[in-house]
Ligand binder design. Structure first.
Ligand SMILES: NC(=O)C1=CN([C@@H]2O[C@H](COP(=O)(O)OP(=O)(O)OC[C@H]3O[C@@H](n4cnc5c(N)ncnc54)[C@H](OP(=O)(O)O)[C@@H]3O)[C@@H](O)[C@H]2O)C=CC1
Ligand SMILES: C[C@H]1O[C@H](OP(=O)(O)OP(=O)(O)OC[C@H]2O[C@@H](n3cnc4c(=O)[nH]c(N)nc43)[C@H](O)[C@@H]2O)[C@@H](O)[C@@H](O)C1=O
Length: 325
């Protein structure tokens, strides 16, 4: 792709979108367009169609979605299903109808069956039942993968899906109700240290395993897909190894410098027991993550310390309202 090709990054204010914007800018891409939610509500089909008709981007990176941790997913199934379907349908369909040559759709490792063989290969998609806590979000993401695959098959366009593992890094959501586990742990251990609390309560049993990829490594994966026409429709993007939630807690606790006991709240769900991705397909083509978990957590904690008065938070109450355009 030419450095001056017009690229639309949807969701550029989010954790992934902002990392992709940094990576593409650093790589010399000079014609990137972005719109915040007030300028372009991606759930609104009329607005999205009109934007694509006017702008005619060459490529689209879809990093916009309704995103949240296990509790938000489990308690607000409808917006996690419907908002994601709306956003991705509007983007994919408008892209297809307005000459977009390259579309990069971001899904999630939760699209794979709950009890999938580990590490999870791309071909395990749709071979078993989903994890109940995030099946709503997963069904939407699977529909996005299939929409891109269908366009690729029928119209021979370079529409590709990347499936990231659990991500973390700068501009994450640190809200304790709606966030993913890693930012929640950073905030919980930090606040316990500052407020002198000897115990920190974490969710579930601590036994599930998760694979964590720093968002700047993820952005390199997206850059790789921008620079190369990938031969298949679906690629996993992971770090290559995983840890238990208990091990993660110990790394975060040590990084933050909290001394004390961890209490496990068994009323909260564990979610899927393990979801280690086999990212061999993308790695064999040249993608290679560079940020190990300890370094990434230390860097993210530093970022948190600088930005802790300015968190992004998902308003769980807003997810219970009916909305119309
Ligand atoms: N975080 C993770 O661990 C993982 C993320 N992913 C995927 O990566 C992608 C990005 O996730 P992440 O960066 O973490 O999520 P964020 O919540 O950080 O960012 C999502 C972005 O989408 C925007 N957005 C959402 N709804 C709309 C809308 N209706 N109109 C316009 N903009 C909208 C948000 O805008 P606003 O800033 O206004 O809210 C935000 O900028 C998603 O597809 C997600 O599924 C996959 C696996 C793991
Ligand atoms: C990326 C991925 O993210 C989500 O799936 P998840 O990995 O299950 O989500 P999570 O990061 O919130 O939790 C991981 C594990 O950690 C445990 N845990 C402990 N203590 C806290 C805690 O304080 N907060 C949170 N959130 N979890 C905690 C928690 O009980 C669970 O066992 C989905 O959105 C899914 O759709 C998706 O795509």
């Amino acid at each position: 792709m030419e450095k001056d090709s017009k690229i639309f990054i949807a969701g550029h204010n989010g954790m992934v979108g902002s990392a992709v914007l940094r990576a593409l800018t650093a790589a010399g891409f000079s014609n990137i367009i972005t719109k915040n939610r007030a300028e372009l509500n991606l759930e609104n089909q009329v607005e999205v169609n009109s934007f694509f008709k006017t702008q005619k981007p060459f490529a689209v990176i879809d990093a916009a979605a309704r995103v949240g941790g296990i509790l938000a997913n489990n308690t607000s199934p409808y917006p996690f299903l419907m908002d994601n379907l709306k956003i991705q349908n509007n983007l994919i369909d408008a892209a297809h109808n307005n000459g977009v040559q390259k579309f990069i759709f971001l899904g999630s490792s939760c699209i794979y069956p709950k009890m999938a063989q580990q590490p999870i290969k791309e071909e395990y998609l749709l071979t078993g039942s989903l994890e109940p806590t995030n099946q709503w979000y997963a069904i939407a993401k699977i529909a996005g993968v299939k929409a891109c695959e269908a366009i690729r098959k029928q119209f021979n366009k370079d529409y590709v899906s990347l499936m990231p593992t659990n991500l973390y890094g700068p501009f994450d959501n640190f809200d304790l109700e709606s966030s993913h586990v890693l930012p929640a742990m950073i905030r919980k251990f930090h606040e316990a240290k500052i407020e002198g609390h000897s115990t920190v309560t974490l969710w579930g049993s601590g036994k599930p395993m998760r694979e964590f990829l720093h968002v700047d490594d993820m952005a390199q994966g997206v850059l790789f897909a921008v620079n190369n026409e990938l031969p298949e429709h679906l690629y996993n993007v992971g770090y290559g190894s995983d840890v238990t939630i208990k091990q993660l807690a110990e790394i975060v606790q040590q990084t933050v410098g909290h001394n004390g006991e961890i209490v496990w709240d068994s009323t909260k769900p564990d979610g899927t027991p393990r979801k280690l991705l086999d990212s061999g397909k993308l790695m064999s083509m040249g993608f290679s993550p560079t940020i190990d978990l300890e370094t990434g957590i230390a860097q993210t904690y530093e970022w948190f310390l600088k930005h802790q008065n300015n968190f992004r938070a998902l308003d769980l109450k807003e997810l219970t309202k009916e909305r119309e355009f």
